[in-house]
Design a protein around this ligand. Sequence first.
Ligand code: SGN
Ligand code: CA
Length: 514
Amino acid sequence: MRLIIFLFLLTSSCFAQQKPNIIYIMSDDHDADAISAYNKTLISTPNIDRLAMEGIKFKNAFVGNSICGPARATLLTGQHSHKNGVKDNRSRFDSSRISMPKLLQAAGYQTAIIGKWHLHSYPTGFDYWKILPGQGLYVNPRLIEMTGDTITQEGYATDVITNETIKWLDRRDKSKPFVLLLHHKAPHRYFFPNLKHLEEFHTKEFPEPSTLYADTFNRGSAWRIQTMSILRDMQLCSDLKVDPAYLMDIPEYKPDSTQIAYYKAIMNRVPEKQRVRYKEIYAERGRLLKELRPTGNELLKYKYQWYMQDFMACVKSVDENTGRILDYLDRQNLTSNTAVIYTSDQGFFLGENGWFDKRFAYDVSMQTPLLMRWPGHIKPGTVTNTLVQNIDYAPTILDIAGVQIPGWMQGLSLKPVVTNKQKTLNRDYLYYHYYEFVRDHTVIPHLAVRGSRYKLIYFYTVNEWELYDLKTDPQEQKNLIKSPLHQKTLSQMKNELLRLRNQYDDHEKAGELY
Ligand code: SGN
Ligand code: CA
């Protein structure tokens, strides 16, 4: 009898061991172009690239609402914003909802989230959590612990979040499989790099996107009123860390008191020894402005380079820390039984149309990087063009864990595609709905439908439509809404939009729709 019980315990514990672990790494505003597996011209990210080489790269991964809180609520629920209740960054996530981590917990998984949360309520469904309050800070970040206490952790945010993750991995209950969400703050605005990476990047020169100097005034209302222009809206003192002292007596650059306060708050968090070197590096920018006084496109040229230097230096730290996680898995013999997913909460403008930020349904911001490694299940070096969306992540994670996907989730599991059981997903069009107005970047709310060839966008508060042919115009510069040749496509795409609104149960009045 004892022997039977022993054998039972042995086999059941082996069985438990065989359930795969999942690490989901999500950075904040990390555009796919800033990953060398996607684009080799801006930065080299060998560690993140490892996931593409040893797993699958999605070339067509998109979000349903290109902004932070909503993307995070979609991850937890597998639902679009109108269903999960988080339509913008102001909305609070209702933590009493059933969510992907709660379902995993009920199935015997150990769950944890470390890093950015940004959903106002506290996390539920996690055995362990440690989160940044709100947007979080880059230097000596504050972290909210499960007790509700807020602590300050010395160091650079991306390192700190990774350290906390490794600490948790070390002391987790090793008898259970785990799902871990690791959410970086970087490379989010104000793009503050770790010093060693700033040293590496502050002298680099980046190729300009072909639309950097695009005329955004003679397009639709949304282009005219947006406030995400690098030239006009990106701030010299906070975003680009130019010491206000250089700018005080130059009328065209003179920073207001908010900018001065922002600059001081950023710099004062840096330990004094390092601060001297940061200031020395950034002084180059101040001197140049003072001496050359560039304006218009000349100023945009410089601002773009400085923006790229800081942004890419932030990414470099994310890459380095992703390497630390992958090395940890190797060292602990966890690699073979752990699925690793890398993504961002959405894409980000890196100078296209002269812009930074996201929000728009244009591919630059609607697209997001998505890489997945799962040894023995995903063939190394796989690349797929299948259209996927962030509503698919929760169903995919549940499916990998062998947990049933509830009917109320709106996404599809990617498991059959990544394991090569199915060529593509049974879905030809993706739905998009952006809501937040007027905050931050004045992007007019819109609906969109994206197929593999065409995209239709409807700015419903101003009743303006845009239609793009993604094959002939991947940069979405030519609005075909009035093109006689495209009227049939237009009516097909309008039908698709209405069909998706019905399918996803989005019946809120939007301009002429409903
Ligand atoms: C902050 C930024 C905005 C950014 C939002 C949302 N301004 O408000 O530029 O769009 O966050 O970003 S800042 O001056 O405070 O940096 S999100 O990733 O959280 O959606
Ligand atoms: Ca973001």
